[in-house]
Design a protein around this ligand. Structure first.
Ligand code: ZN
Ligand code: ZN
Length: 128
Protein backbone atom coordinates (compact mmCIF):
# COMPACT_ATOMS: atom_id res chain seq x y z
CA UNK A 1 0.00 0.00 0.00
CA UNK A 2 1.92 3.01 -1.29
CA UNK A 3 1.25 6.52 -0.07
CA UNK A 4 0.39 9.52 -2.21
CA UNK A 5 3.23 11.91 -2.84
CA UNK A 6 2.65 15.40 -4.16
CA UNK A 7 6.20 16.18 -5.20
CA UNK A 8 8.85 14.31 -7.17
CA UNK A 9 12.09 14.89 -9.04
CA UNK A 10 11.66 15.33 -12.79
CA UNK A 11 13.99 14.09 -15.51
CA UNK A 12 16.25 17.14 -14.90
CA UNK A 13 16.49 16.31 -11.21
CA UNK A 14 14.37 19.29 -10.23
CA UNK A 15 11.65 19.16 -7.62
CA UNK A 16 8.27 19.38 -9.24
CA UNK A 17 4.82 19.60 -7.67
CA UNK A 18 2.08 17.30 -8.92
CA UNK A 19 -0.03 20.24 -10.09
CA UNK A 20 2.83 21.60 -12.16
CA UNK A 21 3.39 18.13 -13.59
CA UNK A 22 -0.22 18.11 -14.70
CA UNK A 23 0.17 21.28 -16.74
CA UNK A 24 3.72 20.62 -17.94
CA UNK A 25 4.25 16.86 -17.96
CA UNK A 26 7.64 15.22 -18.00
CA UNK A 27 8.33 11.65 -19.06
CA UNK A 28 10.26 10.55 -15.98
CA UNK A 29 9.70 11.09 -12.28
CA UNK A 30 11.43 9.73 -9.24
CA UNK A 31 11.04 9.98 -5.49
CA UNK A 32 12.78 12.96 -3.84
CA UNK A 33 13.64 10.76 -0.86
CA UNK A 34 14.69 7.36 -2.15
CA UNK A 35 15.20 7.93 -5.88
CA UNK A 36 12.80 5.21 -6.98
CA UNK A 37 10.85 5.66 -10.20
CA UNK A 38 7.37 7.06 -9.80
CA UNK A 39 4.18 6.99 -11.79
CA UNK A 40 2.18 10.18 -12.22
CA UNK A 41 -1.56 10.10 -11.61
CA UNK A 42 -3.21 13.11 -13.22
CA UNK A 43 -6.49 14.30 -11.78
CA UNK A 44 -8.51 16.68 -13.91
CA UNK A 45 -11.62 16.60 -11.76
CA UNK A 46 -10.50 17.54 -8.28
CA UNK A 47 -7.09 18.96 -9.26
CA UNK A 48 -5.35 16.72 -6.75
CA UNK A 49 -2.86 14.86 -8.97
CA UNK A 50 -0.20 12.75 -7.27
CA UNK A 51 2.82 10.51 -7.68
CA UNK A 52 3.09 6.87 -6.71
CA UNK A 53 6.07 4.53 -6.40
CA UNK A 54 6.21 1.82 -9.03
CA UNK A 55 6.13 -1.67 -7.68
CA UNK A 56 9.02 -3.29 -9.52
CA UNK A 57 11.55 -0.50 -9.72
CA UNK A 58 12.28 0.32 -6.10
CA UNK A 59 15.84 1.31 -5.29
CA UNK A 60 17.56 -0.29 -2.30
CA UNK A 61 16.57 2.74 -0.20
CA UNK A 62 13.04 2.45 -1.53
CA UNK A 63 12.20 -0.21 1.02
CA UNK A 64 12.85 2.35 3.78
CA UNK A 65 10.92 5.12 2.08
CA UNK A 66 7.94 6.38 4.09
CA UNK A 67 5.92 6.50 0.87
CA UNK A 68 6.49 2.78 0.41
CA UNK A 69 6.08 1.95 4.10
CA UNK A 70 3.54 4.40 5.53
CA UNK A 71 3.25 4.17 9.30
CA UNK A 72 1.14 1.42 10.75
CA UNK A 73 -1.69 3.57 12.06
CA UNK A 74 -2.17 5.28 8.73
CA UNK A 75 -2.26 1.91 6.99
CA UNK A 76 -4.87 0.62 9.43
CA UNK A 77 -6.97 3.72 8.90
CA UNK A 78 -6.84 3.43 5.10
CA UNK A 79 -7.74 -0.25 5.24
CA UNK A 80 -10.89 0.70 7.11
CA UNK A 81 -11.61 3.64 4.82
CA UNK A 82 -11.37 1.44 1.74
CA UNK A 83 -14.65 -0.20 2.61
CA UNK A 84 -16.28 3.08 1.64
CA UNK A 85 -13.66 4.66 -0.60
CA UNK A 86 -12.08 1.83 -2.58
CA UNK A 87 -9.25 3.90 -4.04
CA UNK A 88 -8.17 5.61 -0.82
CA UNK A 89 -4.40 5.91 -0.36
CA UNK A 90 -2.34 6.72 2.71
CA UNK A 91 -0.79 10.16 3.11
CA UNK A 92 2.65 10.62 4.64
CA UNK A 93 2.66 12.99 7.59
CA UNK A 94 5.25 15.76 7.72
CA UNK A 95 6.76 16.88 11.01
CA UNK A 96 9.99 17.94 12.69
CA UNK A 97 12.29 14.97 13.19
CA UNK A 98 15.61 14.39 14.86
CA UNK A 99 17.83 11.53 13.72
CA UNK A 100 19.63 9.93 16.66
CA UNK A 101 22.03 8.13 14.40
CA UNK A 102 23.63 11.20 12.78
CA UNK A 103 22.36 13.93 15.15
CA UNK A 104 20.58 15.88 12.45
CA UNK A 105 17.26 17.64 12.72
CA UNK A 106 15.04 18.02 9.69
CA UNK A 107 11.49 18.79 8.62
CA UNK A 108 9.39 16.69 6.29
CA UNK A 109 8.66 13.02 5.96
CA UNK A 110 10.21 10.65 8.46
CA UNK A 111 13.26 9.81 6.40
CA UNK A 112 16.79 10.95 7.18
CA UNK A 113 18.57 11.70 3.91
CA UNK A 114 21.99 11.18 5.52
CA UNK A 115 21.23 7.70 6.85
CA UNK A 116 18.70 6.87 4.11
CA UNK A 117 16.22 5.57 6.64
CA UNK A 118 13.71 7.00 9.10
CA UNK A 119 14.33 4.22 11.56
CA UNK A 120 16.46 6.26 13.98
CA UNK A 121 14.39 9.42 13.71
CA UNK A 122 12.20 10.60 16.52
CA UNK A 123 9.60 13.33 16.37
CA UNK A 124 10.48 16.71 17.87
CA UNK A 125 7.53 18.08 19.80
CA UNK A 126 6.85 21.76 19.23
CA UNK A 127 5.73 22.46 22.80
CA UNK A 128 8.94 21.48 24.55
ZN1 ZN B 1 10.54 7.01 -2.13
ZN1 ZN C 1 20.46 10.25 10.19
Amino acid sequence: MYAKSFIALDSHNRLIGARTAQTAPDDRYCCHLCGSAMRFHPDYQTERPWFEHRQNTLTAQGRECPYVQPDREERRYIKMLRRYVPDAHPIVRKADWFCLSCNTGYYGERYCLVCQTGEHSTEVMADL
